[in-house]
Design a protein around this ligand. Structure first.
Ligand code: MN3
Length: 219
């Protein structure tokens, strides 16, 4: 299966001034594209003929041939993480719905509690990586996880819902080395409606596949 670079769901100037047109085009057209190209190249080289989605490949990372595993981890992770990043950004300041807020309050105390976790994890992460809001299947709960490089929550039994890119390439043009300022302003671009759609999808499939599991009932 050939993976393709998805177009941005908004004009490349739509996220200014937090993300300048130049920074967004570079990030999407060059960085994200490089992950897609290298992923396809690795799959070609390995003679891989499966038609798995990128999420399936990442979830089953440890069962892939050893020669392919590291490339799918890095380039496949890079593709999936960026695809979700673009989807969960939107111009203008949005707020979570009351339903989503109820989930957030239950797991993080409040919306600002969640924001603080993103900030703390993002600032503390050494080197390049991501901070994610995830749905943790095993614990049936929302969680914030910092992962290095292009590692994906899918490979850890978690469903990524909201990613914050803390690689320098995400903020260097607009924020130089000020990672904390980048995370602070990224927060105002979150497309909460998209985050909520992802969460509802996960919870719906959870209900179907694991009816006996202890689960969150509120909200
Ligand atoms: Mn990036």
């Amino acid at each position: 299966m050939k993976f393709t670079l998805p177009p941005l769901p908004y004009p490349s100037s739509a996220l200014e001034p937090v993300i300048s047109r130049e920074a967004l085009e570079l990030h999407h057209d060059k960085h994200h594209k490089a992950y897609v190209d290298k992923l396809n190249e690795a799959l070609d080289d390995a003679g891989w003929e499966g038609d798995e989605s990128i999420e399936q490949l990442l979830r089953d990372l440890n069962t892939l041939p050893k020669a392919l595993r590291e490339d799918v981890r890095n380039f496949g992770g890079g593709h999936a993480n960026h695809e979700l990043l673009w989807e969960t950004l939107a111009p203008g300041i949005a707020k979570p719905s009351d339903g989503l807020l109820a989930h957030i309050d239950r797991h993080f105390g409040s919306l600002s509690g969640l924001r603080e976790q993103f900030m703390d994890e993002g600032v503390a992460l050494f080197g390049s990586g991501w901070v994610f809001l995830v749905w943790d299947e095993a614990r049936s709960r929302l969680a914030v996880e910092a992962l290095p490089n292009q590692d994906s929550p899918w490979s850890r039994g978690q469903v990524p819902l909201l990613p914050c890119d803390v690689w320098e390439h995400a903020h260097y043009l607009d924020y130089r080395n000020r990672r904390a300022d980048w995370i602070r302003d990224w927060w105002h671009l979150i497309n909460w409606a998209q985050v909520e759609r992802q969460l509802e999808r996960v919870r719906a499939s959870d209900e179907k596949t694991a009816p006996a599991r202890t689960r969150v009932t509120q909200g």
